[in-house]
Design a binder for this molecule. Sequence first.
Ligand SMILES: [Zn+2]
Ligand SMILES: [Zn+2]
Length: 256
Amino acid sequence: MKVSMLASASGSTDDSLQYVSTFIVDQVVAIDAGCLGAWKTPEDQSQIEHVFLTHTHADHVATLPIFVENVYDPATRPVVVHGSGAVLDSLKRDIFNDRVWPDFIERLAPEGRPFLELHEVRQDEAVEVAGLNITPVPVDHLVPTFAYVVDDGHASVIFGADTAPTQRLWEVAADLTNLKAVFLECAFPNDMQWLADLSGHMTPRQFALEAAKAPLDVPLVAVHIKPRYRRQTIAELSALDLPRLTIAKGGGIHEF
Ligand SMILES: [Zn+2]
Ligand SMILES: [Zn+2]
């Protein structure tokens, strides 16, 4: 399985600044669409056939409307956007509502030529797309949020989404015999614990406690580090001295 975290800071030489969030799996599936619609060319974007949304915060859906427009081809099957019922409802009410963006879902979807297809995913029910089994697992954030377990038959990788300390995800992880990595968020430095608590995110102190719940020896990749506090947060993560911890790099490919 090939996973890349898309760079999101236009004009910066630092590809790891993660203002918004998108991961690409095997060039065909995207997890979230923070920067998907601003990635490479429309032809490159058209390779992505499925988008799995973790939740509806702007840093995860910001360029979804642009992406859908970029890849629209009336002659081919539309892109499929997967999300929980709460996520799909929010897409209709809050984004494709003829105010924030034209209603691609119904009004501008002429018979037989839809812009996108919505697919509701449910907790613990795997979806099979493009040779990948993708299973939603609820985590603890301000809004309904799914982490996703992606399994290609050889390797499983967990995309932990945005979350405060959580439990169910680690129960699921414990049962995965082929788990190769967990992409786990660490948004704020320790002295901003108050904001992490209010916003349903984690600090390095909490990251360490979650790491202790993860299966032994499974690599942890720290993601979703708020760019404003990046240097401090990385220093505090490094001080944890966890040998299996790395910091996600933007633009590169992780192979599992
Ligand atoms: Zn969020
Ligand atoms: Zn986020």
